[in-house]
Design a protein around this ligand. Structure first.
Ligand code: C5J
Length: 221
């Protein structure tokens, strides 16, 4: 077993049954002209966690452990995009509209791709998900069951939306979840801080948190 001096207390895990899940590090959330920007957000905040996320991915690859990537995106005919999602609010571009990186949040369009620095390696599992949670309407649960995964380390964006939703889904499915604090980000720093507090409150009610350096050190040990 490996141990991380995590918060709110030590996180013990067997690397052989552990996977990394990198949530939605897509151009549509991280670059100008995408979905995140269409909602009025400052996307540069999210760009800051790309290097730490890259280090985490490299560490898992070096250890021979699974790296799983998710992408929030929809079918080109929008059949998996509920109107209540598409028509929400007053964004400058709606899901499916043509933008500078192709159609917003549509599978196969440039904006839906993961940023080049974090591109999936050949053979890594990529989950295209229509919801905020990565278990909803995807094959992720079956894939993890096939791997025999019990512990999940999380990175990605945004902390309080797709990352937290997926951690909660995973927690309810019996996975022991840990979030890499410096490899996740929100458009709202206060929301990131609050999400991290919520996750690890009440004796890790959703999961644990630690730094990328702590995670990598535990994998090396
Ligand atoms: C959002 C996400 N924020 N990946 N998606 O709409 O967190």
């Amino acid at each position: 077993m490996a141990v991380i001096d995590a918060k709110p207390f030590a996180y013990e895990f067997d690397p052989a049954t552990t996977a990394l899940i990198v949530i939605d590090m897509q151009r549509d959330f991280i670059e100008a002209g995408g979905f995140g920007a269409s909602l009025g957000n400052d996307v540069t905040l999210l760009q800051a966690v790309v290097p730490a996320t890259a280090r985490l991915i490299a560490g898992f690859r070096a250890a021979g452990l699974p790296v799983i990537h998710t992408r929030e995106c929809h079918r080109p005919d929008l059949s998996d995009c509920p109107p209540a999602k598409r028509t929400r609010g007053n964004p400058s571009l709606r899901i499916g509209d043509e933008g500078p990186m192709g159609r917003v949040l549509i599978a196969g369009e440039p904006g839906a791709e993961i940023v080049p620095d974090l591109a999936p390696a050949p053979g890594e599992y990529v989950v295209d998900k229509p919801g905020k949670g990565a278990f909803y309407a995807t094959g992720l649960g079956d894939h993890l069951a096939g791997l025999g995964t019990r512990s999940l380390i999380f990175a990605g964006v945004t902390t309080e939306v797709c990352v937290q939703t997926t951690m909660r889904e995973a927690n309810d499915r019996g996975f022991a979840c840990l979030l890499a604090e410096d490899a996740t980000e929100s458009y709202f720093p206060d929301f990131k801080a609050a999400a991290i507090e919520m996750i690890r409150a009440q004796g890790a009610i959703v999961g644990w948190t630690a730094t990328t350096a702590q995670i990598l050190e535990a994998l090396d040990a």
